[in-house]
Design a protein around this ligand. Structure first.
Ligand SMILES: Nc1ncnc2c1ncn2[C@@H]1O[C@H](COP(=O)(O)OP(=O)(O)O)[C@@H](O)[C@H]1O
Ligand SMILES: [Mg+2]
Length: 434
């Protein structure tokens, strides 16, 4: 990739989760990077880089920070700053930035917009209708089959989707979103969708217009309990690659979903550069889109970056500059897993401020990624969020990676810590041929 002329750059990573800690680790390893700053960062990132405070909803504040610190390249982790147009503001000021412009970010910020995009470009997805009026939405569900999926159209931090198995439940979800406004203006519009049966996979694409690199398909584990039971969370673990995406599913995914999506974006005048996350359901009739996100998944990012042979920073720089060629990017073999260690009470009311005990060192290919942690003035690191840490391991096979990750967990301690002991179980079962 034609980035050699740029030399080493001073980089800013926006965000404060495990995804951003994984991005920080990639930056610290990269020969392209002279220095990294994180804003706002977390307790683990504070041990490895300078963390500065910034309001991620204020692009002008971010630009000020970039100018003051002499930042030359910005990597945007989460969706919030993207939905506030941070890339538009930074690019207009001549700052190289990894992440889509506002026009592209709408694919995640508005589910109504993304469904309209999918239908217009004839990309396989659940049939759906969008409503702004409660009465019309309630009337509509009476004539639909169950279960039915009710989605707040706007951003809702992964909490805005209800899979209703009864009409009463569906109506309650509509009232919560459209009348009580439990997600604020994100519930002004709702998408009501057909329920798709199948197994989900996360497809992460690093996109530069119509050029793209597909990272290995991965699977998240959204439920808090083993065997995918209990409440929904931000994600209790992930692994990659997953063979639920068979070669045949991958062929159809590329032909029927990825290529039409990138062509559709171009046809709509959207020059998309950044990560495009395609959530798919592998159904009996082929892969279908569940949703788009416009950034790396968390925790998927943590298992995907270690599967890149090519420096991820080099890829992101080339994409930001519009010079990326997928033929120049190489993947690494093997499997990765992340097991999330959550705070007591998560995903409900959580404990905070408990001291975290970490092992003095980790074996090669095992990393402890921080999410909800904070570093106190006295140097102690304490819990500060629902998902506290993630243990990432890479090995030749998933079962070896899982063994490596689970072996280190007993050396990590904080009050109330809990985690799933079955991350990757679907794939391990497939591998065992059951
Ligand atoms: N049409 C659908 N059929 C079946 N399950 C769905 C459907 N839409 C969403 N889901 C389930 O709900 C989860 C959350 O929905 P998604 O559209 O990804 O919204 P978000 O990630 O913004 O909460 C999905 O990961 C999937 O498990
Ligand atoms: Mg989702």
């Amino acid at each position: 990739m034609e980035m050699a002329n740029l030399g080493k750059l001073k980089v800013l990573i926006l965000g404060s989760g495990g995804r951003e800690h994984a991005l920080l680790k990639a930056c610290l390893k990269s020969p392209k990077v002279s220095e990294v700053i994180v804003a706002p960062g977390n307790g683990g990132m504070a041990l490895e880089a300078r963390c500065l405070n910034v309001d991620l909803t204020k692009p002008a504040d971010i630009l000020n920070l970039v100018r003051k610190q002499g930042i030359e390249f910005v990597i945007v982790g989460p969706e919030i700053p993207l939905a506030h147009g941070v890339v538009d503001v930074l690019e207009a000021a001549g700052i190289l930035t990894y992440g889509p412009l506002l026009a592209g970010a709408r694919l995640e910020a508005s589910k109504a917009f993304s469904k309209d995009f999918l239908f217009r470009h004839k990309i396989p997805t659940a049939s759906s209708q969008t409503f702004q009026k409660l009465d019309a939405a309630v009337e509509y569900i009476r004539h639909q089959s169950l279960p039915i999926v009710i989605k707040a159209s706007g951003l809702a931090a992964g909490k805005g989707v209800v899979i209703a198995t009864t009409l009463a439940e569906a109506e309650q979800a509509l009232r919560d979103m459209m009348q009580t406004k439990i997600f604020g203006s994100s519930g002004d519009e709702v998408v009501i969708e057909e329920f798709m049966q199948g197994e989900e996979a996360s497809i992460m694409l690093m996109v530069c217009g119509e050029e793209y690199l597909m990272l290995p398909p991965s699977q998240d584990h959204k439920r808090v309990g083993e065997g995918d039971t209990g409440l929904n969370t931000g994600g209790m673990g992930a692994y990659a690659p997953t063979t639920v995406v068979t070669p045949e599913v991958e062929r159809r995914l590329r032909e029927e979903i990825i290529v039409p999506t990138l062509k559709g974006l171009k046809a709509d005048g959207i020059d998309y550069r950044g990560t495009l996350y395609v959530g798919i359901m592998v159904t009996s009739t082929g892969p279908r889109v569940v949703e788009f996100n416009v950034r790396f998944g968390d925790p998927e990012c943590q298992v995907l970056l270690p599967l890149l042979e090519t420096d991820p920073v080099e890829i992101m720089l080339a994409i930001a500059a519009g010079t990326f060629r997928s033929s120049n990017a190489q993947l690494r073999s093997g499997s990765t897993i992340i097991v999330v260690l959550a705070a007591g009470g998560y995903p409900g009311d959580i404990r905070k401020g408990d001291e975290i005990k970490l092992p003095a060192n980790c074996p090669a290919d095992v990393h402890i990624i921080h999410s909800g942690t904070q570093r106190l003035a006295d140097g102690r690191v304490v819990t500060a969020g629902g998902r506290v840490l993630g243990v990432v391991a890479h090995a030749a096979t998933l079962s070896e990676a899982a063994q490596k990750a689970y072996r280190i967990i007993p050396t990590i301690q904080f009050e109330g810590m809990h985690y799933r002991r079955d991350i990757g179980y679907r794939q391990l079962k497939r591998n065992a041929g059951k």
